[in-house]
Every structure is written in structure tokens, then in C-alpha cells.
Design a binder for this molecule. Structure first.
Ligand SMILES: C[S@@+](CC[C@H](N)C(=O)[O-])C[C@H]1O[C@@H](n2cnc3c(N)ncnc32)[C@H](O)[C@@H]1O
Length: 295
């Protein structure tokens, strides 16, 4: 799998699951096909699969305009974005300015907004846009705000991704709209991976989060409207198990960082026609399965 391909830090980022998703692609004859993330965020899995040529095209969607602008700038304003990263000031005043730009969210200034989202993502604790700056406002912490801002490496990642821009289809829709209006036009050789905001931790981690009834409505849209193969990941809470109790699923433990390191019990849910690969692959990426259910 190698080093991270995405330039964004994402709490709960799923890049580690790429070998498992790749096995699913092989098992279902979707190799060299289309891979689709309606909740793209940092798109860790998508970038890994595209850059290592496991799929031919990726479709990334995120309803957060700032995140969309970042990816827009990577694909369409590559040179200017890299120049901004190269010359970015690592000072608390600059961080305040970037925070203000993200807050104002002027939709006419996509490059400025995209860069500012990236800046906060790299300079804030755990990459969370609403969190504080690494090292604190007085920069007295052990780590300073530039601890995660390795310019050359980040520029290299962005330039590499931009080389694939003809194979990346970026949109800024609400996921339910995307499922109903975009996904039906995709070829059969597609895999949809849905990673919505978590049910319980969601509102703490992202700027936009679903409420309970949104998750319930989404579960109907996913199960009734997607005619292609899909996989869904969530936090493994009983309400989610209830919403998807007719689908095959398994629970697993995936350790990740979001302010503190903690062990998350997560769930994978599968569309009915999807062939699920062997357990060995899951062991290979070191996530522990709690239960495999095929109700
Ligand atoms: C759990 S994160 C996805 C993380 C991603 N899988 C990764 O590895 O980086 C959820 C993403 O969904 C986006 N999002 C939240 N609500 C949405 C909605 N209604 N429609 C589309 N995207 C949404 C958020 O902006 C966030 O980037």
C-alpha cells in the first residue's frame, strides 16, 4: 500500500482498507472499472486504487463546498495551489486569516477556499476543521503548527494526483441526490463505497453531520435505489445494525486517531449481489472481525 496518496488528513480515513476493497473489486470482476465515493472526504481509498491502477476511473463527491474546492484546485489549478503551499506562511495570523476565509465560504473564490481548507486540515489538531491549531495559539506545545505541513511531500502528492485528472470525476452534491441522479448513469463495472458521517461521533468530527432521521432516510435510499454493487461503513451501533438488518454485514475493530487514539467498533454492510472475499485479506490489513452475519 505504501505511503498515503491523499494530501488530506481525515479522522477515520479509510486508506488502510484499500487491500480489502481491492479484493472486492477482483472478486466481483470490477478490476479496471469505476470506483465511486459519494462521501469522498480525503478520498484515501480512491486515490490509492487509482494511483496504483487498480481502477480506471474514480468518482468523488462531497457536499462540503470547502472540501470540493480543495479537490477542484488539485485538479484544475494545480500549479497555483502548489505555489501557495510552497510559500504559505506558518504563523498564527495566517491561520486566523485562513479560518476566516473558510468561515465566510465565498463561493466565487474556489482556489482561495480550497487552499484555506487544506491549510486548516494540515495545521489543526487531527485535521479537524473546527478544532484548534496544533501547538496552541501561543505555539507553546511540543508540536508546532507546521508539524504536519511537509511542503515538498504534499506538493508531490498533489502533482501526482493531478496527472490522473482525466480519470477523476468530481462533484459537489448531497449524497442522496448523487445516489438518485448520478449513480444510475455509471457502468455496471462500478463499485460504490459509502462512508457517511458516523452515527454517534459524526457531529464532533465533521462540519456537516446527519441527525438520526437522516441516517434512517439514507438507509432507505441506499437499499432501495442503488442498483450497482455497494459497500457501506459505519460505526457499529445497534441503531445502524437495525436499519440494515436484512443485509450481510460484519463488525470489525479499526484503530484510528481523532484527538485521542481510541478503538472504534465499525461495521461493513454489503449489497446483496456483492461477492465478499475471504477472511485472510481482512487479517492481512490487521483489522479484527467480531462477527460475520449473513441474515
Ligand atoms: C466519514 S467522512 C469520509 C472520509 C473518507 N472516506 C476518507 O477516507 O477520507 C464523511 C464525508 O462526507 C461528507 N458529507 C457529509 N454529509 C454529506 C452529504 N449529505 N452528502 C455528501 N457528502 C457529505 C463530509 O464532508 C465528509 O467529508
Amino acid at each position: 500500500m505504501g505511503r498515503a496518496k491523499t494530501p488530506l488528513r481525515y479522522p477515520g480515513g479509510k486508506q488502510r482498507l484499500s487491500p480489502f476493497i481491492e479484493e472486492i473489486l477482483i472478486e466481483n470482476n470490477i478490476k479496471n472499472g469505476h470506483y465511486v465515493e459519494p462521501y469522498a472526504g480525503g478520498a484515501g481509498v480512491g486515490m490509492e486504487l487509482l494511483l496504483t491502477k487498480k481502477v480506471s476511473n474514480i468518482h468523488l463527491n462531497d457536499s462540503d463546498f470547502g472540501i470540493y474546492c480543495f479537490w477542484y484546485a488539485v485538479l484544475n489549478r494545480t500549479e497555483e495551489l502548489c505555489q501557495m503551499i510552497k510559500s504559505a506562511s506558518m504563523a498564527v495570523d495566517e491561520w486566523r486569516k485562513r479560518k476566516e476565509i473558510v468561515k465566510k465560504c465565498d463561493r466565487r473564490k474556489k482556489l482561495e477556499l480550497g487552499f484555506s481548507v487544506f491549510y486548516l486540515n494540515r495545521c489543526n489538531r487531527s485535521g479537524i476543521l473546527s478544532a484548534g491549531i496544533i501547538g496552541g495559539l501561543d505555539q507553546s506545545g511540543n508540536y508546532k503548527m507546521d508539524a504536519r505541513f511537509s511542503r515538498n511531500d504534499l506538493i508531490r502528492r498533489i502533482e501526482t494526483i493531478a496527472q490522473f485528472k482525466d480519470n477523476i470525476f468530481l462533484t459537489n452534491f448531497d449524497a442522496e441526490y448523487y445516489i438518485k441522479n448520478y449513480i444510475p448513469n455509471l457502468p455496471q463495472e462500478s463499485l460504490i463505497y459509502l462512508d457517511p458521517p458516523y452515527y454517534e461521533k459524526g457531529c464532533k468530527l465533521y462540519l456537516n453531520a446527519y441527525k438520526k432521521n437522516d441516517h434512517a432516510r439514507l438507509s432507505k435510499v441506499i437499499q432501495d435505489e442503488i442498483n450497482l454493487n455497494w459497500i457501506l461503513s459505519y460505526d457499529g451501533v445497534s441503531d445502524i445494525l437495525e436499519l440494515y438488518n436484512e443485509r450481510r454485514h460484519f463488525l470489525y475493530d479499526l484503530q484510528y486517531t481523532a484527538a485521542k487514539v481510541y478503538k472504534g467498533k465499525e461495521i461493513f454492510i454489503f449489497s446483496d449481489r456483492l461477492r465478499i472475499p475471504q477472511k485472510s485479506v481482512i487479517e492481512h490489513i490487521n483489522i479484527g472481525i467480531k462477527e460475520l452475519s449473513s441474515i
